[in-house]
Design a protein around this ligand. Structure first.
Ligand SMILES: Nc1ncnc2c1ncn2[C@@H]1O[C@H](COP(=O)(O)OP(=O)(O)OP(=O)(O)O)[C@@H](O)[C@H]1O
Ligand SMILES: [Mg+2]
Length: 448
C-alpha cells in the first residue's frame, strides 16, 4: 500500500513529478498552493504525510502538532542547514532542497512510521490525549510507568496544584523551589498559572517579560536551547544557591501563549538541564473545549493539564477549613478523571485551631479518613500569617525573610520527606466507625 502525501511549495512541482515516476511507496494526492490549504487538507484524513517546500519557514511546532494530531507526518525541505535544524526541533523530518527522490520517499516512510510508533507507545510528550483535544478523538493508551521511566533519565518535575480559593499554591511552589535551590540543587521555578500568575510578585521581580511565554514562543519556533532558556529566565540568589525563574503571563487573556506543545518542549528542556523543575499550576482542570466542535482549538486549561501530566510529583494544596476540605475532596476526583497518571500528595495549608477546632490536625485527619479519596495527608502546613506576610512584603522566600518560622520549617520538612507515595487500599480506606468531633463534622458539612 502506498502512502498518500500532500505537498505545498513551488519547488514541489519538480519533486512531485520525480516521486510519481518512482512508482514507489508514496502517492501524491493533493498539491496545495499555500500552507493554510495544506493544513486544512491534513485535517480531512486524505493524507498520511505532508511534504513542505519553500514555505517551510512558516512552520512552527503548533502547526506540526496539528498535523501530527491528524495522523499526518511532516517532511520539510530547506536549503539552509540552520533552518533544517530548526525544522527538526519542531518535530518534522527535514532534508535539503534537491534531495534525491528515492531518499525523499524513504524519509516520508520513516516519518510516517515514527509518528505511528509514537502514538501507539504514547512515547511523545508533545502529543498526548489528556491535554490535546485532537487526541481525544483517537485515544492512546497512556501508561504511568512509561511516563515515570521517561523522566528517570532527567530531573524531577514537581507540580504544585490545588483547588480554587487561594489555598497557597504559589507560596508552596516558591518555597519548595527556594529550599531546593538553597541546597545547591539546580532548580527552575515556572509560573504556569494562567489565571493569576504571581511568582514574580512573590519573589519581588519587577518583571513584565513573562519568561515562560517567551520560552514557549522560542520552543514553538524550534529555537529553544539551554542558552535561550537562560536568557529568558530571571536568576534569583537564595541562601547561597541560585534559582532560575520563568515568570508567568501578565494578564489572564494571554493564556493562548502557553500552548501545550511548546510548553511540553520547555518542560523537557528544563528537566534535562535542572535537577528540579517546580511548577506553580493554575487550579482549573475542566476541558470545556470538549463541548466545542473545533477539536484543534487551544484549550483554556491545557497548560495546567500538560504540566500535571508531565510532573513526576504533584502536590495538591488545600485550605484547612470548612470550605477548603470538601473542595479538595471534589478536586482530587476531578484530577483523577482529568489526569489519571498524576498521583497527588495532599497538603493542607493554613492549618489552625480557629477554623477547625482544637487539635486541628487530628480533626482534619478524621474528616479525611472518612471522606477523603484514600490517599494519606502528606503534610499539614500551619497558618502563619506573620511569616507569609513578611515574605510577601520582602518579595522573597520564607527561607530568607522568616527562616525560623513554623511555616518555613514545615515546608523544609516536606521537601525532605521521602518521594515514594502510594495511595492506600484501592477504593479508599476502610470506612471505620469513628465518633466525629464537632470540628470534623463542620469540615464535612460542605460535602452534603
Ligand atoms: N500557611 C499560611 N499562613 C498564612 N498565610 C498564608 C499561608 N500560606 C499562604 N498564605 C497567604 O495566603 C494568600 C494566598 O496564598 P497564595 O498566593 O500562595 O495562594 P494561591 O493558591 O497561589 O492563590 P491564587 O489562587 O491567587 O493563585 C497569600 O497572601 C499568602 O501569603
Ligand atoms: Mg497562585
Amino acid at each position: 500500500m502506498t502512502i498518500p502525501v500532500i505537498t505545498v511549495g513551488q519547488t514541489s512541482a519538480e519533486f512531485v513529478d520525480q516521486l510519481e515516476r518512482l512508482h514507489g511507496p508514496v502517492t501524491i494526492v493533493r498539491r496545495c498552493s499555500e500552507l493554510a490549504e495544506l493544513i486544512a487538507a491534513s485535517q480531512t484524513g486524505i493524507a498520511r504525510a505532508a511534504i513542505i517546500a519553500d514555505v517551510a519557514s512558516e512552520l512552527n511546532s503548533d502547526l506540526v502538532e496539528r498535523m501530527n494530531l491528524a495522523e499526518v507526518a511532516v517532511v520539510a525541505l530547506s536549503a539552509e542547514e540552520p533552518e533544517r535544524k530548526r525544522l527538526q526541533a519542531i518535530g518534522t523530518r527535514s532534508a535539503a532542497v534537491g534531495v534525491a527522490p528515492e531518499d525523499l520517499a524513504e524519509l516520508v516512510v520513516e516519518a510516517v512510521n515514527d509518528l505511528a510508533a509514537d502514538r501507539v507507545e504514547g512515547r511523545s510528550t508533545r502529543v498526548s490525549n489528556l491535554s490535546d483535544p485532537g487526541m481525544s478523538l483517537a485515544p492512546i493508551q497512556y501508561d504511568a510507568d512509561d511516563v515515570a521511566e521517561e523522566h528517570e533519565r532527567s530531573g524531577q518535575i514537581i507540580g504544585v496544584w490545588g483547588p480554587t480559593g487561594a489555598p497557597g499554591r504559589t507560596t508552596l511552589a516558591v518555597n519548595i523551589a527556594a529550599e531546593l535551590a538553597a541546597r545547591g540543587e539546580r532548580t527552575i521555578l515556572l509560573d504556569a498559572d494562567t489565571y493569576g500568575a504571581s511568582v514574580a510578585t512573590a519573589l519581588g521581580l519587577l518583571d513584565e517579560s513573562a519568561g515562560l511565554a517567551q520560552a514557549c514562543r522560542l520552543a514553538d519556533q524550534g529555537l529553544l536551547d539551554a542558552s535561550a532558556l537562560n536568557r529568558v529566565s530571571n536568576q534569583v540568589a537564595i541562601g547561597g544557591g541560585q534559582l532560575s525563574v520563568l515568570t508567568g503571563i501578565t494578564r489572564a487573556d494571554r493564556w493562548p501563549e502557553l500552548r501545550t506543545t511548546a510548553l511540553a518542549d520547555v518542560l523537557d528542556l528544563c528537566s534535562s538541564t535542572a535537577d528540579y523543575t517546580v511548577i506553580d499550576c493554575g487550579f482549573a482542570l475542566e476541558a470545556d473545549e470538549e463541548l466545542s466542535f473545533d477539536t484543534q482549538a487551544p484549550r483554556r486549561n491545557g497548560a495546567t493539564l500538560r504540566c500535571l501530566e508531565m510532573a513526576n510529583i504533584v502536590y495538591a494544596v488545600g485550605a484547612a477549613d470548612a470550605i477548603g476540605v470538601p473542595r479538595m475532596v471534589r478536586s482530587l476526583a476531578e484530577l483523577e478523571m482529568a489526569v489519571p497518571t498524576a498521583s497527588a500528595r495532599v497538603v493542607f495549608n493554613k492549618v489552625r485551631a480557629s477554623s477547625v477546632g482544637r487539635s486541628p490536625r487530628r480533626q482534619l485527619k478524621e474528616a479525611w479518613d472518612r471522606y477523603g479519596p484514600g490517599t494519606d495527608i502528606q503534610s499539614f502546613l500551619p497558618a502563619d500569617p506573620a511569616a507569609a506576610d513578611a515574605a510577601l512584603i520582602a518579595g522573597s522566600s520564607l527561607l530568607e525573610s522568616a527562616p525560623e518560622s513554623p511555616l518555613r520549617s514545615a515546608i523544609a520538612k516536606l521537601v525532605d520527606s521521602p518521594t515514594d507515595h502510594r495511595s492506600r487500599t484501592p477504593g479508599g480506606p476502610p470506612r471505620r466507625k469513628v465518633k466525629f468531633s464537632r470540628g470534623s463534622v463542620r469540615l464535612l458539612a460542605g460535602l452534603r
